[in-house]
Design a protein around this ligand. Structure first.
Ligand code: SF4
Length: 135
């Protein structure tokens, strides 16, 4: 009984816990945990990818690395695919990177001989891998 009661209290404590931060002698109280802002911060990051076909060499590295994201068209150049597997052939077309393929897509962008694969963070458009990334 005592254990159940202490667990219940611990759960309540966690829901309303605030974090106190000491900053040069000043104490700063942050937002309570469990609010919507805190939940939003824990949501997974979404990434998108696009290819500049003007620079694509057609070597196929990306198609081998991440077949669910990249594919050749009849012109011998690589394009991204949407979640249904349809090729997106419009210039600059982006697709969301499936979480399971993120490592392969990042690796493709880093190794792409044409330096033409761009992986960007969806929420702010910052390039995280590719020729315009700050690596
Ligand atoms: S790795 Fe780069 S250059 Fe090679 S096919 Fe893919 S997009 Fe084109």
């Amino acid at each position: 009984m005592a254990d159940r009661e202490s667990s219940r209290r611990a759960g309540r404590y966690l829901r309303y816990e605030m974090v106190i931060v000491e900053d040069g002698g000043n104490l700063t109280k942050t937002e309570p945990r469990g609010n919507s802002a805190a939940v939003a911060e824990t949501e997974p990051e979404i990434f998108e990818v696009w290819i500049d076909q003007n620079l694509c060499t057609g070597d196929g590295l990306c198609v081998q690395e991440a077949r669910d994201v990249f594919e050749f068209d009849l012109d011998g150049l690589a394009y991204v695919k949407d979640p249904n597997g349809d090729l997106l052939t419009q210039p600059g077309a982006r697709t969301v990177v499936p979480a399971a393929s993120l490592d392969a897509v990042l690796e493709s962008a880093r190794r792409c001989p044409g330096a033409c694969i761009h992986v960007v963070r969806a929420r702010d458009g910052v390039e995280v891998a590719g020729p315009d990334a700050g690596e």
